[in-house]
Design a protein around this ligand. Structure first.
Ligand code: UFG
Length: 336
């Protein structure tokens, strides 16, 4: 089976390519390198001893996307490509709507023309907004609080409409919780440029003394220690979830939605303390004001993905902390 992976050199995309190649899928990557590096291709090859075919293109470019389909028989598409910074989406909403919607529509149009029927979409737990109950099930009401999240929700709606109109399609929507960790080899991981927005990339920079301390955004949330609770999932587990979705998609028509999380919530301070313990480093922190838009707690009910996909996260929070730090230590040069 040959899979087109858009955004295949990004954080989740690259780990998914490794898992696909390890399971002998053929992989074609489309990535415009806007938030990734071409070196990742070499690293994927180093880990798997296979070099995926690579197209440096923007998925909004219909001609170039068509060219990929003309040159390769594509059986399924996993669509990771997209902008993902929540804060930036608030200040530059047009950029987010244009890019995230346009790329998806372009892909879907080309897939229709080329009679490719299997689509896996990277959605996010952000589509649950501020959940009234925990853990979060797939049938909970959906809402968003920022343009990034709204692009995910709009695309989910587009996919639902498309699925009604085209009965040949198999669409799997994966709603990710908080991916962290890195490949055990230390070759692949999350490498944001500038000051990180997300918790784990920030923690590793503090541990590595590139930043003086972590700002903990609020300790007056309705959680056991007052800091925000999230469902952190190892990126390799998340990547494996896509293989399960592909297997499901091969024998199914319609649209389905799955949470990819562990079902366990950890607070900011749980993560900091675990990180310090397993890596034997200090992560100084200060409690500061809440970050606007953050919610108290968010964690998945992972039952549906387990029952219907056979997916279960195997890595725990210790592995996530060890692997995140290992990646930064092994890649110090690029963080100077
Ligand atoms: N946090 C801090 N200090 C930081 C960064 C984060 O205290 O410097 C806290 C946040 O307040 C929150 C927790 O750490 O309680 C996690 O924050 P992240 O920014 O790492 O992750 P979010 O849960 O806010 O958002 C992430 C992705 C979104 C995605 C969402 C899905 O960034 O793209 O998970 O639940 F939509």
């Amino acid at each position: 089976m040959r899979i087109l992976v858009t955004g295949g050199l990004g954080f989740i995309g690259s780990h998914t390519c490794v898992e696909l190649l390890n399971e002998n899928y053929e992989v074609v990557i489309a990535d415009n390198l806007s938030n990734s590096s071409i070196d990742v291709l070499d690293k994927i090859e180093k880990i798997t001893s296979k070099r995926p075919k690579f197209y440096e293109i923007d998925v909004c470019d219909k001609e170039k996307v068509s060219k990929i389909f003309n040159e390769n028989e594509i059986d399924a598409v996993i669509h990771f490509a997209g902008y993902k910074a929540v804060g930036e989406s608030v200040t530059e909403p047009l950029k987010y709507y244009r890019n995230n919607l346009d790329s998806t529509l372009t892909l879907l149009e080309v897939m229709k023309k080329e009679k490719c029927h299997n689509f896996i979409f990277s959605s996010s737990a952000t589509v649950y907004g501020s959940p009234k109950e925990l853990p979060i099930k797939e049938n909970f009401p959906l809402s968003t609080t920022n343009p990034y999240g709204t692009t995910k929700l709009m695309i989910e709606q587009i996919l639902a409409d498309l699925s009604k109109a085209d009965k040949d399609l198999s669409i799997i929507v994966l709603r990710y919780f908080n991916p962290i960790g890195a490949h055990k080899s230390g070759l692949l991981g999350e490498n944001p440029s500038g000051i990180p927005n997300n918790l784990m990339p920030y923690i590793v920079r503090v541990a590595d003394k590139k930043l003086p301390f972590l700002n903990v955004f609020g300790n007056d949330y309705d959680t056991p220690d007052g800091t925000g609770v999230r469902d952190y999932i190892h990126v390799v587990d998340l990547a494996r979830g896509h293989l399960k979705a592909l297997e499901k998609g091969a024998n199914f028509k319609g649209i389905e939605y799955y949470n990819l999380g562990t079902g366990i919530g950890y607070s900011v301070l749980d993560l900091v303390k675990t990180f310090e313990k397993v890596n034997n480093v200090k992560v100084p922190y200060k409690i500061v004001d809440r970050r606007p838009g953050d919610i108290d707690a968010c964690y998945a009910d992972p039952t549906k993905a387990y029952k219907e996909l056979g997916f279960k996260a195997i890595y725990g929070i210790d592995d996530m902390c060890i692997d995140s730090y290992n990646f930064i230590i092994k890649n110090k040069e690029s963080h100077k």
